[in-house]
Design a binder for this molecule. Sequence first.
Ligand code: DC
Length: 227
Amino acid sequence: MNTKKIIIAIDGMSSCGKSTIAKQMAQKLNYIYVDSGAMYRAITLYFLRNNIDLTNTDQVVDALKEIELDFRYNDQNNQVEIFLNEENVEYLIREMLVAEKVSEVAALAEVRNFAIRQQQKMGRKKGIIMDGRDIGTVVFPDAELKLYLTADNAVRVERRFKELYEKNPNISIEEVARNIEMRDYIDTNREISPLRKADDAIEINNTNLTPEEQLEKVLSLAHQVLG
Ligand code: DC
């Protein structure tokens, strides 16, 4: 049996299917999956609830001291869920209110340092797949396998719309498109660790790939590294 454990970093713009493929790979390889975006979303939820002024660094730093994030496995639905100060916020953080603010929060240096420290700690034992925007470039620059996912804009909007519409039929496709466009813009243009493809990342455009084809492709890449 192959006991070698690696780190797999998956980056890419919003809604290009990172979490879906990361979860599937984690299950096949028996690895831990970490959704780094969920951490930024949970921090954003805390900031919104507590009216934290993002332009006030002292307030931001003090607020971060009150935040404890934790990923826990839920054996009812076989999902890893995020907890904010002992509260399961996995579903709340997907709401539009959070999505509208998260890129601004994630652009703050204090917030990134807070999240990155915890992410790097989670990777110490390897056997982990993490998805996000800066995983292959900043969090795990030495990751053994780096994937950079892309998909056509229209496809990304449609996918995210379908996902959100199930929970909220009042949502419009224009609203979803605007949000994705805004987040992509902020995430790729921010000063600190903007989204970009790591030089050694393998780019996969999944616009025309079925989920099965995509999984086959990435698993074969993982097995090449694992030997
Ligand atoms: O992956 P997601 O859409 O849930 O991420 C939410 C936001 O968090 C995204 O717009 C940018 C930010 N993010 C980040 O800056 N760095 C990461 N590693 C992951 C997410």
